[in-house]
Design a protein around this ligand. Sequence first.
Ligand SMILES: Cc1cc2nc3c(=O)[nH]c(=O)nc-3n(C[C@H](O)[C@H](O)[C@H](O)COP(=O)(O)OP(=O)(O)OC[C@H]3O[C@@H](n4cnc5c(N)ncnc54)[C@H](O)[C@@H]3O)c2cc1C
Ligand code: FES
Length: 427
Amino acid sequence: MEPSSIAFWIGSGIVLLVSFSTFRSLVAKVMKNEKVMQEMQLSTEELKKELDELPASLKQNRVRRAWRGYRRFILDEKVPEAHNICSFHLRPLDDMPLPPFEPGQHLGFQLRIPGHKRPTVRNYSLSSSPKERSKYKITVKRIPPPPDQPDLPSGVGSTFLHENLAVGDLLEVSSPAGKFILDRQDPRPAVFLAGGIGVTPLLSMLETICDEKIERKCYFIHAVRNRSEHPFREHIQKIVEKCINVDLHVFYSQPAEDEEVDATDHRHHVGFLDVDCLAKITGGGDLQYYICGPPPMMKNLLPALEEFGVSSDSILTEAFGPASTRNNPAKVSTDSGEESTNPGQHKLHFKRSQRTLTWDGTSPILDMAEEVGIFIDSSCRAGNCGTCEIRLHHGDVEYEEEPGVDITPGHCLACVAKPVTEVNLGA
Ligand SMILES: Cc1cc2nc3c(=O)[nH]c(=O)nc-3n(C[C@H](O)[C@H](O)[C@H](O)COP(=O)(O)OP(=O)(O)OC[C@H]3O[C@@H](n4cnc5c(N)ncnc54)[C@H](O)[C@@H]3O)c2cc1C
Ligand code: FES
């Protein structure tokens, strides 16, 4: 054989060998990838199964914020809905699509009010259907001074929105938040109980039930003072006409003298809503309650429902109390030499205010701070809106119930956080 032929055959052999081993390793990689893929598919399925098996309440707590901080929106439209009640339609300034929200969630607003040194932070529930993806809608009641103190100024945030905000003005808005949301998977009949302006998150839930053709039985019950203070009267009536699984009932506590109340209409009631009326309307049984109303309504209705045998797991609530509502003042001692009511409890260092307090053993951080004049923005005071989020520079806190909003790492929710060690806070 010629040396050139020998070289040719040796070269071909090498090429063949290399090709074969490359082919073998390729086959091995493909098979390995397939195995990995199979494993991944398995774990995705297992994960999906685990998620499906999670209790609804846990799934509801997994609400993530769609954007951090504040995004700018333009006021597109301002629509009167009833006496002192107005809807505000908001379009994002960047014209980017809006992230979906859960029916029942609210937005946070940082209002720059002339004459106020700091922005005023308030929350307003989304009153529209999540189906609408180009605009958000909120509906706000202008809060007058308390009836027994007419000389006090009316509500700061709501009055500003009603009286000063004009179409085309900008607003700073935080992303939809809150765990007061409709559980679409719950097959039980749903009872929506709205007191006055508390109708806003429940209206969004009702719109969802009808838009998504959710077939569970629903009772939508709205208690208001009279017709002039009845927002969305015709709108809700129209929704309910299209949605045969929803029964609508309205309670007028103080109908005006010239107001006609059709006594033959069993869905129109005069007086206050109570548990006996509720039992007559719904027939009782295993029901899921969604309740949002003013503090007196919540204060009366919730214990009455529980006394009636409704378990607290079946009642979801949202309270719209004024931003300044507080139950028990904290017992505070400072390092300025005052006696501590609970000696030996953790120290709270407020970095910006340069104050150190001794924890009273029970109060959340917000109450402790306010008691000595340290200002922290707040609204719901229940861990549901994120307004009171502050830096936690050092130490640990705990929450009795899992908060309804996603907390930024390295921060805590002052309204519900309690220290479990000495803490260093950014307020
Ligand atoms: C999750 C959530 C969702 C909400 N959704 C809605 C909604 O959809 N629609 C809605 O209308 N509201 C909603 N609210 C309530 C809203 O956030 C505000 O609390 C409400 O608008 C009142 O705010 P304000 O600034 O107008 O009143 P504030 O300034 O907080 O005043 C409240 C009351 O205190 C009185 N007051 C003023 N000064 C004093 C003083 N020195 N001493 C004692 N009292 C005083 C005022 O006269 C008024 O009666 C929601 C709240 C939360 C937490
Ligand atoms: S005030 Fe709403 S989470 Fe604290």
